[in-house]
Design a protein around this ligand. Structure first.
Ligand code: EPZ
Length: 423
């Protein structure tokens, strides 16, 4: 299904120069949801201007919060929230809209959402979120595609053991536990840097959370009177940083990527070095230098600090041109190889067998007419197009704009030739 804008890319131009990474989308979304908890002001700096962030802003406004943007600063005042129901239209636009569950339930004792929509990368149920909230005393009713979660006498702290370290479930349970009475312990919690950023935001607000970044998080419930206005700066986006690193490698360019926390991109740095890419690391920047054709490498996506699933499509674009055969195992999502078909249209030799993709590197890719299916797959197609011979057209650019602030303009400043065509 084709709609909206497209990108036209002339390949063969390597990227050179310096590029600054924006704030993390996947830290911003839970932090915006958490701003519901204090019933007052949150000033958040370093917020990327992305479609997904705009959806979360629409959700907060729909609920009654006041949201104002000043450049990359968002000021949210949630005192005026008057609803706890998120309509289907908003839920369908982004799965992460479900991140308001925990804070609405914690503050108001009730929340109603429809099953979330979002990317096409798999079924992405919410069973771990709901089971976790039930462990804190909530009741869950599902009817006609809507989920109502409520608690009559307020949530009670408890032990939640996650079957798998779900990022969203960890975040929702953390937020729900903030105003629960007593202590909550989350075991087998996700350890992503975005969880640590959420903990820091919550603690700046007056909550009592510790342990984010390891697999056991402890939240001591407080009262809403204990919560206060908060000012916070979001961590840099490690996936945007990784995308620029791969874009540099695949075009054989030389780029300095600034506003990076090197520890957050460690798994990718290791993999790029293994593939023969030259990578230098400073306190808050990374320097990448493409050295011609990379070597084939195997990779397996894992929860942090393993190799991030959100970088798997971009790496597949790079490995399509590698010397040798690479095996990519996608263990997080059951349907995250849609970009393989599009890369094959460019001449890539990729066989997908369930959760495994076998990529036999080819010496070159040719431009083609492609469709972006989700935000990281779309980014992967941009990278492949930058390296391909002649021209590529990529449809459904809105997928890319969900997670990247004007990727076309940023890469053109580094020497790419990308035109955005409207309609
Ligand atoms: C977050 O999604 C990220 N999104 C995703 O980034 C990222 O790919 C994912 O974590 C994994 O790292 C945001 O942070 C907004 P999960 P989330 O819950 O929370 C299954 C991007 O490109 N699962 O860790 O939805 C689920 O089906 C996006 O920026 C259940 O089975 O991911 C999936 O297979 C894409 N039941 C796996 O766990 C549940 O209740 C990981 O999901 C919840 C999840």
């Amino acid at each position: 299904m084709i709609n909206g804008e497209k990108l036209m890319i002339v390949g063969g131009h390597n990227l050179r120069g310096t590029i600054q990474v924006g704030g993390s989308k996947n830290a911003t979304l839970p932090i915006l949801a958490a701003s519901i908890l204090n019933g007052s002001k949150s000033t958040i700096h370093g917020v990327p201007r992305l479609l997904d962030v705009a959806v979360m802003q629409d959700v907060l406004s729909y609920l009654g919060a006041k949201v104002n943007w000043f450049g990359n600063t968002v000021e949210v005042d949630t005192e005026s929230i008057h609803s706890v129901e998120v309509p289907e239209e908003l839920m369908r636009r982004m799965r992460a809209s479900n991140l308001v569950l925990g804070s609405l339930l914690s503050r108001f004792g009730r929340v109603k959402i429809s099953y979330p929509g979002g990317c096409q990368i798999g079924s992405r149920p919410m069973n771990l979120h709901l089971k976790g909230l039930q462990s804190l005393g909530a009741t869950v009713h599902e009817k006609f595609g809507f989920i109502t979660v409520e608690t009559k006498e307020g949530l009670t702290g408890g032990v939640v053991h996650l079957d798998q370290p779900s990022v969203g479930a960890t975040e929702n349970i953390m937020m729900a536990a903030v105003l629960a009475s007593g202590v909550t312990v989350i075991r087998n919690a996700a350890k992503e840097p975005e969880i640590v950023d959420l903990q820091n935001f919550l603690n700046s607000m007056g909550a009592r959370v510790k342990g984010a970044g390891i697999d056991t998080i402890k939240i001591e419930g407080v009262r809403i009177e204990d919560l206060r206005p908060v000012v916070h700066t979001v961590i840099p986006d490690r996936i945007e940083a990784g995308t620029h690193m791969v874009a540099t490698a695949v075009t054989g360019g030389e780029v300095t990527i600034t506003n990076v926390i090197p520890e957050h991109v460690e798994p990718l740095l290791a993999k790029l070095r293994e593939a023969g890419v030259k990578v230098g690391v400073g306190d808050d920047f990374v320097q990448v230098q493409g050295t011609g054709r990379v070597k084939a490498v195997d990779l397996k996506t894992m929860p942090y600090p393993g190799f991030p699933t959100d970088m798997q499509p971009q790496m597949m674009a790079l490995l399509s041109l590698a010397e040798g055969t690479s095996i990519v195992a996608e263990t997080i999502f059951e349907n995250r190889f849609k970009h393989a078909g599009e890369l094959r249209r460019m001449g890539a030799d990729i066989k997908v067998e369930g959760q495994i993709a076998i990529i036999k590197g080819v010496p070159k890719l040719s431009g083609a007419h492609l469709e972006a299916s989700d935000l990281r797959a779309g980014a992967a197609l941009v990278l492949a197009a930058l390296a391909a011979e002649n021209g590529t057209v990529i449809e459904n650019v809105s997928h890319i704009d969900r997670g990247y602030e004007r990727l076309d303009l940023k890469y053109n400043e580094l020497g790419a030739r990308i035109i955005r065509v409207h309609g």
